[in-house]
Design a protein around this ligand. Structure first.
Ligand code: FO1
Length: 338
């Protein structure tokens, strides 16, 4: 069993951590890593939820990570900005324009800048780097791809655009199938591949495994890059005590086949991406599932995984660093974990 030298303080070198993230759960974990002084952080963000509305290019998960790392996120919703005002929204309502996807005044500024920079020929990677720099973010924030990928969900009402299902219909209909339009023609950006290759630790956030992480892993070459990476890959279960921390992941496990539990998460990753996840962090509430997860060849960390405040976020990030330090990639083995 090789002990990998993941540093615990700023004395020597920085630990290069790459987080695969969706929206709120991904942003919280990324924020936890950003609070650790020894971490050099890259965040690969799902762009399958992107949409165009009012002529604006909106990238919800990128913006959620952006605002969270900048300390600007709305603490109630997790998405959007704190201290937001809604004058533009009220005017849109008066004009009879679509208001099902709520855009705050300050948030609209982000979409205006993104839209005009894209129209001027910048890539999503360029724009995100510029936005992050303007907000004083040190981490590398990386959209998963520069070409458009659009998640679609099939329900009993037919195929729906992701946000039409998620927001307009409040994900009330069961997801029967998921597809990622454009994924086959997209690829992870060079910056994403570099972040995977050069990482000391790769963390899969407690984001939806189907429509956040699944989108990133659907990009040609992405799963292979993770399998080739020298870093251990540790995931955090988004299911705690059988329920999703946020959003419809629990119901999706049932409607798409599987089980809404931390064991279901482990089976999902082990079944669809064999050998990709070396370790899974599960909540203390799910301790009893640890042995059955380890039987799948995935090492287990039992830890508090619900991130209620900054302290929880940083503690989970540190626990994951320690956990990863005890893992040898590709073996699913860890020592002295529980
Ligand atoms: N989520 C909602 O439930 N309702 C909204 O009106 C809404 C608006 C919105 C605007 C900007 C943005 O960046 C995110 C927004 N979200 C909204 C969140 C978003 O739809 C989802 O949480 C993610 O796409 C899933 O990760």
């Amino acid at each position: 069993m090789t002990e990998r030298p993941v540093p615990r303080d700023a004395a020597g070198w920085a630990a290069k951590v790459t987080v695969l993230a969706g929206g709120v759960g991904g942003a919280k974990l990324a924020h936890g890593f950003s609070l650790l002084p020894e971490v050099d952080l890259s965040v690969v963000v799902n762009t399958g939820d992107d949409l165009e509305l009012h002529g604006l290019a909106i990238s919800p998960d990128v913006d959620t990570v952006l605002y969270t790392l900048a300390g600007l996120a709305n603490p109630e919703t997790g998405w959007g900005l704190r201290d937001e005002t809604w004058s533009a929204h009220a005017m849109l309502e008066r004009y009879g324009a679509p208001t099902w996807f709520r855009l705050g005044d300050r948030d609209i500024a982000t979409h205006l800048v993104r839209t005009s920079r894209l129209a001027a020929g910048a890539t999503p990677t360029d724009v995100t780097r510029e936005l992050a720099a303007s907000l004083g973010i040190r981490a590398r924030l990386l959209p998963m791809a520069d070409r458009p990928v659009r998640t679609r969900v099939r329900t009993s009402a037919g195929w729906l655009e992701f946000q039409a299902w998620f927001v307009a219909r409040q994900h009330a209909d069961d997801a029967l199938e998921v597809r990622f339009d454009g994924a086959a023609d997209a690829r992870p950006t060079d910056a994403v591949l570099d972040a995977v290759r050069s990482a000391d630790v790769i963390a899969i956030a407690p984001s939806n495994p189907f429509v956040s992480i699944g989108t990133i892993l659907a990009l040609p070459g992405m799963a292979a890059a993770l399998l080739d990476a020298t870093a251990p890959v540790v995931a955090v279960s988004p299911i705690v005590a059988g329920a999703a921390l946020k959003g419809p992941a629990d119901r999706m496990f049932e409607s798409l086949g599987g089980e809404s539990s931390a064991l279901g998460v482990a089976r999902h990753y082990a079944g669809r991406y064999p050998g990709l996840v070396d370790g899974l962090a599960i909540d203390v509430a799910d301790r009893s599932l640890a042995d059955r997860i380890e039987d799948l060849g995935i090492a287990v960390l039992v830890a508090p995984t619900v991130m209620r405040d900054d302290g929880d976020r940083a503690r989970l990030a540190r626990d994951l660093l320690d956990f990863a330090g005890r893992l040898t990639p590709g073996t699913g083995r860890a020592s002295g974990i529980r």
